[in-house]
Design a protein around this ligand. Structure first.
Ligand code: GAL
Length: 341
C-alpha cells in the first residue's frame, strides 16, 4: 500500500513537472506568460491584457475601426466550447479598453447560419459613408461541418457597438473563403481579401457600393498557401502581411508590396526581427491599424494562439517601422505611441 502511494506520488509529481515544462515551452514564452499588462499607457505584447473593468480582453483574430474619435476593437469571443460571437471594445487612446458587449451573438434558431455551434472567426468592421451603416464581415463555418463550409458572412448595424443584424453567408463568386480581411481605400472603395481553394489561393474582391456584396472584380493574388491577411496602405504602396497555413501553430510571416490592390505583388524580406522572429514571435497576423493623427504610423496586430485554451490566446501589438526602404517589425517587451512621429 505504502509502496503504491509512493509510486502514485512520484507519478503525479512527474506529471506536474512535465506540465510545468509544457507551460514554459508552449506558445507563451516565459516573459510573455505571467505578467499582466496593468500599465494603462504602454503596450506589453504577449502579456495578459485586461479591460477597464478588470476582465481579460476577449477579442481574438480581431480588427479595429476608428469612428467619432473612438477606436473600436472587434474580435472572436473565445473560451466557451462554442463560438459565442463577436465582442466589441472601445477606447480613446488604444491602451485602455471598455467592453461594449457582444456586437454579434450566435442564436438558438436552428435554421439560422449562426446557430450556436457554428464557428465565427476573424471579424472585421468597416463604415459605409454612403449608407451610414457599420458592416461586419467574418469567416463562418456552419454547425457540425468542421471547416468545410468556408464561407464569408455579413452583418450590419446602425451603431459601431451593435447589435449587428446578421444578413447572409456565401462563397464570394463561388470561391471558398476562410481567413479574411477587409480594406477601405482612400477613394472609399472596399475590398475583401480571403484564403480560397483550401487556403492555397489568396484572393481579393472589390465590394459593391453597399459593402454588403462582392462584385465580380475578383482576382487571385498568389497561390502559395497563405492565410491571416492584414493589408494596409502607405503613400502609394499597398502592403500585405500573411502567415503560412499551420493551424494554431505559429510560422514565418511574409510581406508583399504592390502599387495596385490587384497586383502584381512583390515579396519582400520577412519584416519580423527579434526573439522568435522566424515564427512571427509565436503569433499569427490579424490586422494592421493606421494610428490616427500620426504620419506613417501603423500597428501590426497578431494573435499568439493557445489551442488548449483559446481564451488565453495573447495579443501582440508592435509598431511598424520604415527604415531606408525596409519595413521592420521588431519585438518589444513594452512600448508606447511616442515611437511614432
Ligand atoms: C488557422 C486560422 C485560424 C483558425 C485556425 C483553426 O489557420 O488562421 O483563424 O481558423 O486555423 O485551426
Amino acid at each position: 500500500m505504502l509502496k503504491l502511494s509512493l509510486v502514485t506520488g512520484l507519478l503525479s509529481l512527474f506529471g506536474q513537472l512535465s506540465e510545468a515544462s509544457y507551460t514554459t515551452t508552449s506558445n507563451h514564452s516565459e516573459n510573455q506568460s505571467t505578467n499582466v499588462a496593468q500599465d494603462s499607457s504602454a503596450f506589453r505584447p504577449g502579456q495578459v491584457w485586461k479591460d477597464e473593468s478588470g476582465e481579460v480582453i476577449n477579442a481574438h483574430g480581431g480588427g479595429l475601426l476608428f469612428r467619432n474619435k473612438t477606436y473600436y476593437w472587434y474580435g472572436e469571443v473565445r473560451g466557451e466550447k462554442e463560438s459565442k460571437g463577436v465582442n466589441v471594445y472601445s477606447s480613446k487612446d488604444l491602451y485602455k479598453w471598455k467592453h461594449e458587449g457582444l456586437a454579434l451573438a450566435t442564436v438558438s434558431d436552428s435554421t439560422s447560419d449562426i446557430v450556436r455551434g457554428c464557428i465565427i472567426e476573424r471579424p472585421k468592421v468597416i463604415y459605409n459613408k454612403k449608407t451610414g451603416k457599420y458592416v461586419m464581415w467574418f469567416h463562418l463555418e456552419l454547425k457540425g461541418k468542421g471547416y468545410e463550409a468556408a464561407r464569408a458572412a455579413v452583418a450590419v448595424s446602425d451603431k459601431p457597438t451593435g447589435p449587428f443584424v446578421y444578413q447572409k453567408s456565401f462563397r464570394p463568386n463561388g470561391h471558398m473563403s476562410r481567413d479574411m480581411a477587409l480594406f477601405v481605400d482612400k477613394d472609399g472603395g472596399a475590398y475583401h481579401i480571403y484564403s480560397a481553394r483550401e487556403n492555397y489561393d489568396l484572393r481579393i474582391v472589390r465590394l459593391k457600393d453597399d459593402f454588403l456584396n462582392p462584385t465580380t472584380q475578383d482576382t487571385l493574388l498568389f497561390s502559395n498557401h497563405r492565410e491571416a491577411p492584414a493589408l494596409f496602405r502607405k503613400d502609394d504602396n499597398y502592403y500585405l502581411i500573411t502567415s503560412g497555413c499551420t493551424g494554431w501553430a505559429p510560422n514565418e510571416a511574409s510581406l508583399h508590396v504592390s502599387k495596385s490592390l490587384f497586383g502584381p505583388w512583390e515579396k519582400l524580406e520577412d519584416p519580423m526581427t527579434g526573439p522568435k522572429a522566424k515564427l512571427t514571435f509565436g503569433g499569427q497576423s490579424t490586422y494592421v491599424l493606421p494610428v490616427q493623427g500620426k504620419k506613417d504610423a501603423f500597428i501590426f496586430m497578431a494573435d499568439i494562439w493557445n489551442p488548449k485554451n483559446l481564451k488565453d490566446s495573447r495579443y501582440v501589438w508592435l509598431p511598424i517601422q520604415f527604415k531606408e526602404n525596409k519595413t521592420i517589425i521588431e519585438w518589444k517587451d513594452k512600448w508606447d505611441l511616442s515611437v511614432f512621429r
